[in-house]
Design a protein around this ligand. Structure first.
Ligand SMILES: [Zn+2]
Length: 67
C-alpha cells in the first residue's frame, strides 16, 4: 500500500518570540544599570550624588570619565 500522506516541512524559528522578548528585557535592564552606575549624576535616579559616590571607585576602575 503506497503512502499517500506526504510530510511537509514545518518551519521552526531559530529564535522564539519568548526568547527574543526575554533577551530584549534583560538587555534593557542591563543598559539601565550600566547607565545608573556609569553616567547618572542624579538626574534619573533622583538620589542626588548618592549613587555616584557609591559607585565612584568602580567608575574609575572601568575608566568612566568622572572628574
Ligand atoms: Zn571620580
Amino acid at each position: 500500500m503506497p503512502n499517500t500522506q506526504t510530510s511537509t516541512p514545518v518551519a521552526v524559528p531559530a529564535v522564539s518570540p519568548r526568547l527574543l522578548a526575554t533577551a530584549a528585557g534583560v538587555t534593557g535592564v542591563m543598559l539601565l544599570l550600566a547607565y545608573l552606575v556609569a553616567f547618572d549624576q542624579g538626574g534619573l535616579s533622583q538620589s542626588g550624588m548618592y549613587l555616584h559616590e557609591l559607585m565612584h571607585d568602580g567608575r574609575h576602575l572601568l575608566g568612566v570619565p568622572c572628574h
